[in-house]
Ligand binder design. Structure first.
Ligand code: HEM
Length: 151
Protein backbone atom coordinates (compact mmCIF):
# COMPACT_ATOMS: atom_id res chain seq x y z
CA UNK A 1 0.00 0.00 0.00
CA UNK A 2 1.65 3.28 -1.05
CA UNK A 3 1.14 6.63 0.69
CA UNK A 4 -1.76 8.04 -1.41
CA UNK A 5 -3.71 4.79 -0.86
CA UNK A 6 -3.35 5.17 2.90
CA UNK A 7 -4.58 8.77 2.71
CA UNK A 8 -7.68 7.74 0.76
CA UNK A 9 -8.58 4.94 3.19
CA UNK A 10 -11.66 5.59 5.36
CA UNK A 11 -10.99 5.96 9.06
CA UNK A 12 -12.59 7.52 12.14
CA UNK A 13 -11.44 11.05 11.29
CA UNK A 14 -12.60 11.21 7.67
CA UNK A 15 -15.56 8.82 7.46
CA UNK A 16 -17.94 11.72 8.17
CA UNK A 17 -17.05 15.37 8.52
CA UNK A 18 -20.23 17.12 9.69
CA UNK A 19 -20.62 18.47 13.23
CA UNK A 20 -23.68 16.23 13.64
CA UNK A 21 -21.55 13.18 12.92
CA UNK A 22 -19.27 14.20 15.79
CA UNK A 23 -22.03 15.07 18.27
CA UNK A 24 -23.89 11.79 17.63
CA UNK A 25 -20.86 9.57 17.23
CA UNK A 26 -20.52 6.29 19.08
CA UNK A 27 -16.93 5.73 17.92
CA UNK A 28 -14.64 5.45 20.94
CA UNK A 29 -11.83 7.36 19.21
CA UNK A 30 -14.08 10.27 18.32
CA UNK A 31 -15.49 10.33 21.85
CA UNK A 32 -11.89 10.45 23.11
CA UNK A 33 -11.36 13.54 20.94
CA UNK A 34 -14.54 15.13 22.32
CA UNK A 35 -13.18 14.59 25.83
CA UNK A 36 -9.76 15.92 24.88
CA UNK A 37 -11.25 19.14 23.51
CA UNK A 38 -13.54 19.52 26.54
CA UNK A 39 -10.90 18.96 29.22
CA UNK A 40 -8.61 21.40 27.38
CA UNK A 41 -11.39 23.98 27.40
CA UNK A 42 -11.96 23.45 31.13
CA UNK A 43 -8.21 23.70 31.71
CA UNK A 44 -8.24 27.18 30.15
CA UNK A 45 -11.34 28.19 32.13
CA UNK A 46 -9.56 27.07 35.35
CA UNK A 47 -6.54 29.02 34.08
CA UNK A 48 -8.64 32.18 33.80
CA UNK A 49 -9.67 31.75 37.46
CA UNK A 50 -6.00 31.20 38.42
CA UNK A 51 -5.02 34.37 36.57
CA UNK A 52 -7.66 36.36 38.43
CA UNK A 53 -6.42 34.94 41.76
CA UNK A 54 -2.86 35.91 40.85
CA UNK A 55 -3.90 39.41 39.78
CA UNK A 56 -5.76 39.85 43.08
CA UNK A 57 -2.60 38.81 44.97
CA UNK A 58 -0.41 41.14 42.91
CA UNK A 59 -0.76 44.02 45.36
CA UNK A 60 -0.78 43.87 49.18
CA UNK A 61 -4.16 45.66 49.18
CA UNK A 62 -5.71 42.92 47.02
CA UNK A 63 -8.25 45.35 45.64
CA UNK A 64 -9.19 43.70 42.33
CA UNK A 65 -12.13 41.63 43.60
CA UNK A 66 -14.19 41.46 46.81
CA UNK A 67 -12.99 38.94 49.39
CA UNK A 68 -16.08 36.77 48.87
CA UNK A 69 -15.44 36.72 45.11
CA UNK A 70 -11.82 35.78 45.81
CA UNK A 71 -13.00 32.77 47.83
CA UNK A 72 -15.33 31.77 45.04
CA UNK A 73 -12.59 32.09 42.42
CA UNK A 74 -10.31 29.96 44.59
CA UNK A 75 -13.03 27.30 44.93
CA UNK A 76 -13.99 27.29 41.28
CA UNK A 77 -10.34 27.19 40.16
CA UNK A 78 -9.76 24.09 42.31
CA UNK A 79 -13.05 22.42 41.35
CA UNK A 80 -12.55 23.07 37.63
CA UNK A 81 -8.95 21.89 37.58
CA UNK A 82 -9.57 18.75 39.62
CA UNK A 83 -13.02 17.58 38.51
CA UNK A 84 -13.16 18.84 34.93
CA UNK A 85 -9.52 18.61 33.89
CA UNK A 86 -7.31 16.36 36.02
CA UNK A 87 -9.64 13.48 36.90
CA UNK A 88 -11.29 12.99 33.46
CA UNK A 89 -8.20 13.61 31.37
CA UNK A 90 -6.46 10.24 31.56
CA UNK A 91 -9.35 7.74 31.93
CA UNK A 92 -11.72 9.51 29.55
CA UNK A 93 -9.25 10.55 26.85
CA UNK A 94 -6.64 7.79 26.89
CA UNK A 95 -9.04 5.15 28.22
CA UNK A 96 -11.53 5.75 25.42
CA UNK A 97 -8.89 5.94 22.73
CA UNK A 98 -6.54 3.14 23.73
CA UNK A 99 -8.37 0.49 25.78
CA UNK A 100 -10.50 -1.01 22.94
CA UNK A 101 -7.40 -1.22 20.74
CA UNK A 102 -5.32 -2.73 23.55
CA UNK A 103 -7.84 -5.49 24.17
CA UNK A 104 -8.55 -6.05 20.48
CA UNK A 105 -12.21 -4.97 20.66
CA UNK A 106 -14.03 -2.98 17.96
CA UNK A 107 -15.43 -0.50 20.49
CA UNK A 108 -16.34 -0.17 24.15
CA UNK A 109 -19.17 -2.34 25.48
CA UNK A 110 -21.93 0.35 25.52
CA UNK A 111 -21.00 2.98 22.94
CA UNK A 112 -24.20 5.04 23.35
CA UNK A 113 -23.75 5.10 27.10
CA UNK A 114 -20.18 6.21 26.46
CA UNK A 115 -21.43 9.18 24.43
CA UNK A 116 -24.14 9.92 27.04
CA UNK A 117 -21.45 10.14 29.71
CA UNK A 118 -19.69 12.86 27.68
CA UNK A 119 -22.94 14.85 27.55
CA UNK A 120 -23.41 14.45 31.30
CA UNK A 121 -19.82 15.58 31.82
CA UNK A 122 -20.43 18.71 29.72
CA UNK A 123 -23.72 19.41 31.55
CA UNK A 124 -21.93 19.09 34.90
CA UNK A 125 -19.17 21.47 33.79
CA UNK A 126 -21.55 24.06 32.38
CA UNK A 127 -23.73 23.90 35.49
CA UNK A 128 -20.78 24.11 37.86
CA UNK A 129 -18.70 26.82 36.14
CA UNK A 130 -21.71 28.61 34.72
CA UNK A 131 -23.67 29.12 37.96
CA UNK A 132 -24.21 26.29 40.44
CA UNK A 133 -20.65 26.18 41.70
CA UNK A 134 -20.55 29.90 42.44
CA UNK A 135 -23.55 29.83 44.75
CA UNK A 136 -21.74 28.27 47.69
CA UNK A 137 -18.08 28.67 47.05
CA UNK A 138 -16.59 30.19 50.17
CA UNK A 139 -13.31 28.35 50.03
CA UNK A 140 -14.05 24.67 50.62
CA UNK A 141 -17.18 25.16 52.75
CA UNK A 142 -19.50 24.27 49.88
CA UNK A 143 -18.85 20.67 50.94
CA UNK A 144 -22.04 19.52 52.61
CA UNK A 145 -21.08 19.16 56.31
CA UNK A 146 -19.30 22.50 56.20
CA UNK A 147 -22.46 24.26 54.98
CA UNK A 148 -24.09 23.78 58.40
CA UNK A 149 -24.41 26.79 60.72
CA UNK A 150 -22.34 24.90 63.27
CA UNK A 151 -19.27 25.53 61.11
C1 HEM B 1 -4.50 20.40 37.70
C2 HEM B 1 -4.71 21.13 38.75
C3 HEM B 1 -4.27 22.57 38.84
C4 HEM B 1 -3.58 23.34 37.96
C5 HEM B 1 -3.01 22.98 36.58
C6 HEM B 1 -3.44 24.64 38.57
C7 HEM B 1 -2.79 25.72 37.97
C8 HEM B 1 -2.59 26.92 38.59
C9 HEM B 1 -1.84 28.02 38.03
C10 HEM B 1 -1.14 28.02 36.68
C11 HEM B 1 -1.85 29.00 38.94
C12 HEM B 1 -1.20 30.39 38.81
C13 HEM B 1 0.12 30.33 39.56
C14 HEM B 1 0.65 31.70 39.83
O1 HEM B 1 0.99 32.40 38.87
O2 HEM B 1 0.73 32.08 40.99
C15 HEM B 1 -2.60 28.57 40.08
C16 HEM B 1 -2.79 29.31 41.20
C17 HEM B 1 -3.51 28.90 42.28
N1 HEM B 1 -4.15 27.69 42.43
FE1 HEM B 1 -4.13 26.18 41.11
N2 HEM B 1 -4.05 24.64 39.79
C18 HEM B 1 -4.57 23.39 40.00
C19 HEM B 1 -5.28 22.95 41.09
C20 HEM B 1 -5.58 23.73 42.20
C21 HEM B 1 -6.35 23.31 43.34
C22 HEM B 1 -6.99 21.93 43.50
C23 HEM B 1 -6.40 24.36 44.21
C24 HEM B 1 -7.07 24.49 45.56
C25 HEM B 1 -8.27 24.04 45.82
C26 HEM B 1 -5.66 25.44 43.64
C27 HEM B 1 -5.47 26.66 44.21
C28 HEM B 1 -4.74 27.69 43.68
C29 HEM B 1 -4.48 28.96 44.34
C30 HEM B 1 -4.93 29.37 45.74
C31 HEM B 1 -3.71 29.70 43.47
C32 HEM B 1 -3.14 31.10 43.70
C33 HEM B 1 -1.74 30.94 44.27
C34 HEM B 1 -0.97 32.19 44.16
O3 HEM B 1 -0.96 32.79 43.07
O4 HEM B 1 -0.34 32.57 45.12
N3 HEM B 1 -5.17 25.02 42.41
N4 HEM B 1 -3.04 27.30 39.83
Amino acid sequence: MNVPDIERREHYLNINYGIRSWLLTTDHKRIAWLYLLSVTLFFFIGGIFATLIRLELLTPQGDLVQSETYNKLFTMHGVTMIFFFLIPSIPAVLGNFLVPMMIGARDLAFPRLNLASWYIFILGGVHSDGGGGWRGGHGMDFLYPLQQHLF
